[in-house]
Structure formats: C-alpha cells, structure tokens
Write a protein that binds this ligand. Structure first.
Ligand code: SF4
Length: 325
C-alpha cells in the first residue's frame, strides 16, 4: 500500500549531471516504491527565463533519456511533459484569480530573478508560484519532496490551496513537504554549485574517457602546489565527491592527502574510476534507450494520457466548486 501521491518536476535542462543525480534523481528513484509518483518536465516554467527555445525539444529528449537510464520507471510512475497536459494552464488562470499579488511579489526567488534578468521581467515570472501550485494540486498530490531552500515555495502553495478551499469548498489536499537532504554538489571549479551554465559539471552521459578528462581539470586544495605539500582534504572538492562515489576508502585518502602520500593526479584517477563504475550501467541503459526513440515518445505520451485523466477530473471539480459550470 503506497503512502500518497508525490509530484515533483524539473526544468528541461537537457543532459543531467552528477549534481542532478545526487541532488534529486537518486531520491526520486527510491520514492517510487513508497509513493505514487508523478515526475514532470516543466517546459512552461522554463519559458519564464528562456527566450531562445530552439533547443527545447532536444533538451526534453536528453533529459527523459537520463531519467529512464537512472531508474525512473514509467510503469511505477507517471513521467510526462508539463505542456502535454494543458489543463494545468487553465487551473493556473483560475488560481491566479484568488492569489493576492502581494503574496507573489514578496517571494524571494522573484526578486532574485528580477536582478538576474532585468530585461525580461515577464508576467509569467510573477505568476510562477501559482503555476507551481497548479502543477501540484491539479494531480491532488499530497506530498512534495523539497530541500530546505524550497520550503517557502511550498508554504505559498499551501496558502493558495487553503484560500481556494476556504473561498469555495474543500477541493485540494494541502500538500505536505517531505524534507530531503539534497547535498550541495560543488562544481569542478570548486567555486559554485555544479551546473551546466557554469560548465563545471560532469554529465551522466559522458563516456568513461571524457569523465576522466573532465575530472583531470578539477580544482583541488590550492595548498598542494607540489606533490610533497601536505593537503587539506576538507577544502578539496575531489574529496567531497569521493564521499558519494567511493566512501569506503575516504578516511584512508584523507590521511594520505594530509601526509602527502598521495598526489592529486592519482587521487583524481581514483575518483574517476569510482564514478565510472557507478555510471557504467546507466550509460549502457541510456545508449539502449537512445536507439529506440519510438519507445521514448510512447513513454511521454502514455505519461501525459495518465496525467490527463487525473487533471480533467480535478478541473471539473474545480469549475463546479467555483460555480463556473
Ligand atoms: Fe584533494 Fe586528493 Fe589532492 Fe588531497 S590528494 S588535495 S583530497 S585531490
């Protein structure tokens, strides 16, 4: 017996990297056994900051390949693209009528986005939390996996839900967050979060050789200018990544680093070998899936069909409760 329905989504950023894998995807795979999961590629959300959409379809395709390769299962979960179920946009319009503008203007990420894209402060950017709420409540999700930084968004979704239920009649369950510890995976430059834009990532789909080459470029402890310099593993990103991929030998590596018994080149090779070992079966599965584009289309189309059944039912209930029908 499953514990409830989960909704989670991600923007179509294309090929996924190990930051995505460690930060969310691994957890999504585990949740499939305990919950009815709906995982969505949120392409409409992407439009709030994307003016050039030429790569959008390709990004969606690459992303679903990675999702399936890491173990998201279209039999256990609903996997689909947000715009393939347009009911979400209808619900977004309806919920926007009951959401005070002041609630949206105080959202910290809105203020951040205004700074980041001052020439593209579009209407969708303000309404983003309403669309996010629509994503969740359209499918009557009861649980949303969140990192601590996303709690304010979820609270706003809960406020909108409560307001709707109070203004009309009880329609939506208030979504609960399950707090997940998402490790902050720092990029290979050691400076910021691993991301495609920063170019400091390791894509899951890279070959073993490409992975080794990427890791060779990684930033380590700056104190180790020479092989004989003692290191500070706690300041080194290679060491942090080792924790996720080669945790059994981590304490030995820390000691050897501190005593300058191991060089960074050797250490990077240990990490690259460990990452390649974990990614090998994922890459094989991905290559198999990439050879079968018909199957990928079917997965997304079947996911959208299953999502739409729930969406249509909810929307009829919403309209009845709002006396629109
Ligand atoms: Fe980092 Fe390993 Fe070099 Fe130590 S030996 S600084 S842990 S890469």
């Amino acid at each position: 017996m499953k514990r409830g329905r989960i909704f989670s989504g991600a923007r179509p950023t294309g090929r996924q990297h190990i930051g995505n894998y460690l930060g969310a995807l691994q957890n999504w795979v585990k949740l499939q056994d305990d919950y009815n999961c709906i995982y969505c590629i949120v392409d409409i959300h992407a439009l709030t900051s994307l003016e050039d959409t030429r790569n959008l379809q390709n990004n969606i395709h690459e992303m679903i390949l990675d999702w399936l390769a890491i173990g998201l299962d279209s039999k256990k979960s609903i996997l689909f693209v947000q715009s393939h179920v347009p009911e979400v946009m209808e619900l977004h319009t309806l919920l926007s009528m009951i959401t005070p503008l002041s609630w949206l203007l105080r959202v910290p990420t809105f203020k951040e986005k205004v700074k980041l894209q001052p020439d593209n402060v579009n209407y969708g950017l303000v309404g983003y939390p309403v669309l996010m709420t629509s994503d969740i409540v359209l499918y009557k999700a009861t649980v949303v996996p969140v990192g601590e930084d996303q709690l304010p968004h979820l609270e706003l979704a809960r406020e909108i839900t409560r307001r709707f239920n109070n203004l009309f009649s009880y329609t939506f369950p208030e979504p609960e967050g399950i707090l997940t510890h998402y490790p902050l995976v720092v990029g290979l430059d050691g400076k910021e979060k691993m991301s495609k834009q920063a170019g400091n990532d390791i894509e899951l789909a890279l070959s073993a050789e490409e992975t080794i080459e990427k890791i060779k470029t990684a930033y380590t402890d700056p104190a180790r200018r020479y092989r004989t310099d003692p290191g500070h593993p706690e300041k080194c990103n290679i060491y942090k990544l080792m924790f996720y991929f080669n945790s059994t030998s981590i304490s030995a590596i820390a000691e050897e680093c501190k005593e300058a018994k191991i060089g960074c080149v050797d250490c990077k090779m240990i990490l690259a070998t460990a990452i390649n070992k974990v990614l090998e079966p994922i890459r094989e599965k991905r290559a198999e899936l990439a050879n079968n584009p018909k199957y990928i289309t079917e997965v997304l189309s079947d996911g959208a069909d299953r999502a739409r059944v729930i969406a249509r039912e909810t929307l009829i209930e919403v309209k009845k409760n709002m006396k629109l029908i």
